[in-house]
Design a protein. Structure first.
Length: 297
């Protein structure tokens, strides 16, 4: 049994056309279904999915980044392997194409969980990771005009995925260019395991939204704790998003459990998302109902 769910951020606005994003998310899920059918691990598929989202330039992550207030592009990412509880992350990474690949290298090739700023960049260089040449030509500034709030507030954009492989292993990955107009050095929830991503033996979770609020409630890890305490995945996810909303924040999350059940609650206008169910059904949604088993397009 395999399953997958991904997101392209919770900043969608109803007046925008998401035809390209819908087609791209379906294409990614279809490609990753083939990888899972061939026996690929949850962790590998989580990274490969996120790389495709980063490279598309359609979402506020990877190539879709906008500069911070100082004109620099600072990227964050994290991933977690539920089977081993190993995690890797980078924050405020500059000059490299795929922050999730750098996060995987931190996980696999260092004794650490997170590297930041200049240290992250020096590590990526040492590992021979792909660099960005002309930044103005590379970055697309995706997400401008979405539900990203007035200047000075916590506008947002992220990508992520959760994967269950045929060995019953769960993994999660999340990547972002951060909030629009962010201060230099700002780090949100995305590179913080427990806040922006989480995977263990019960669930895999990836968040998207105003990261400061996700940090304050340990959003992604809290989903797992709630499931462990007896809530359904849907109940746990909704409770976390409601808690974020009660504090004044917005966003959403995607979650997947070891039985292949998926959940994707949000309190923003919309959340770009797509999924693969254990019976092979592929679904894509931006707005509409927040129950994958009821809405498939």
């Amino acid at each position: 049994m395999t399953a997958l769910i991904l997101h392209g951020g919770a900043g969608a606005r109803r007046e925008r056309d998401y035809t390209r994003e819908i087609a791209h998310m379906r294409e990614v899920v279809t490609a990753m279904k083939a990888r899972l059918d061939a026996g690929a691990s949850a962790l590998d598929v989580a990274v490969e999915t996120t790389v495709r989202l980063e490279d598309s330039g359609l979402y506020v992550a990877g190539r879709g980044a906008s500069p911070n207030l100082a004109g620099a592009y600072e990227l964050d990412a994290s991933l977690m392997d539920g089977a081993t509880r190993k995690a890797g992350a980078v924050a405020a990474l500059q000059g490299f194409r795929n922050p999730v690949v750098a996060a995987r290298a931190v996980m696999d090739r260092t004794p650490h969980v997170m590297l930041v700023g200049e240290g992250a960049s020096l590590f990526a260089l040492d590992q021979g990771l792909e660099r960005i040449g002309d930044e103005d030509a590379w970055f697309t500034r995706a997400g401008q005009g979405e539900d990203n709030h007035p200047p000075g507030t916590l506008s947002h954009g992220t990508v992520g995925c959760c994967v269950l492989d045929d060995q019953g292993r769960l993994a999660a990955a999340t990547s972002t260019a951060g909030v629009f107009g962010k201060m230099p050095g700002r780090v949100g929830d995305t590179p913080i395991p427990g806040a922006g991503s989480w995977a263990d033996g019960r669930v895999a979770v990836s968040g998207t939204g105003q990261g400061e609020y996700f940090i304050r409630v340990a959003a992604c890890a809290q989903v797992s704790w709630r499931v462990g305490a007896g809530q359904t995945l849907a109940e746990a996810g909704r409770a976390v998003i409601d808690e974020i909303g009660a504090l004044g924040g917005d966003g959403g999350l995607i979650a997947l459990d070891r039985d292949g059940t998926i959940a994707h609650p949000f309190n923003s206008q919309g959340m770009k998302r797509a999924w693969l169910t254990p019976d092979g059904e592929i679904g894509v949604e931006v707005f509409g109902r927040q129950d994958a088993r009821l809405t498939t397009i």
